[in-house]
Design a protein around this ligand. Structure first.
Ligand code: ZN
Ligand code: ZN
Length: 179
């Protein structure tokens, strides 16, 4: 997501422009469509980028281990600093803030790296495919969101086998009685 800001760098402090963002960006190990609107404001030192972007990333559910698409809202707010003076072409000193974003010598402001960082911050620590994800059966590993498995619920196992024995005995008795 690259924006040429040479015109805006020449504009007076406080001048604003808005841009529609709609681009596929490689984030968190996959390609994601990023969409939204950002406002660019000329500051005394550079350009302030502000806006809300939406995207979806593929994540693994922490309970059932299935892949699902997780929607994210990214509230972007960063100041970008030009490394070259737009009028004279002279190099400009950068602020001493570590990891600050820059506008390159061709006056291109690139949002890609910021978007990647915001995605990493917005990703849930323990993603859930849905609030009430049933998870996996601890015995056979079956995904319980797709229905119950054949394992018997714990604690009722002996009770159930007694029941089936009784039925069998009854069945034998009935057939004996008939003949
Ligand atoms: Zn799940
Ligand atoms: Zn099971």
């Amino acid at each position: 997501m690259q924006i040429n800001v040479s015109q805006q760098l020449k504009a007076s402090i406080g001048s604003r422009r808005s841009y529609e963002v709609s681009e596929v960006i490689n984030v968190a190990g996959g390609n994601s469509m990023v969409q939204g609107k950002v406002g660019l404001t000329r500051t005394d030192r550079g350009i302030l980028v502000k806006g809300t972007l939406r995207t979806e990333v593929e994540v693994t559910c922490s309970r059932c281990l299935s892949l699902f698409s997780c929607p994210l809202a990214l509230n972007i707010e960063d100041e970008y600093f030009p490394i070259t003076d737009v009028v004279s072409g002279a190099s400009l000193p950068l602020p001493e803030e570590p990891g600050c974003f820059t506008i390159d010598e061709r006056h291109i402001l690139d949002l890609t790296e910021a978007i990647r960082q915001y995605v990493l911050l917005a990703m849930p620590m323990k993603p859930l495919c849905r609030e009430d994800c049933a998870g996996l059966c601890p015995s056979c590993g079956h995904n319980l969101n797709q229905g119950p498995c054949n394992c018997l619920p714990r604690g009722t196992e002996s009770h159930s086998s007694e029941l089936s024995q009784l039925t069998l005995v009854n069945g034998v008795l009935v057939s004996e009685g008939k003949e």
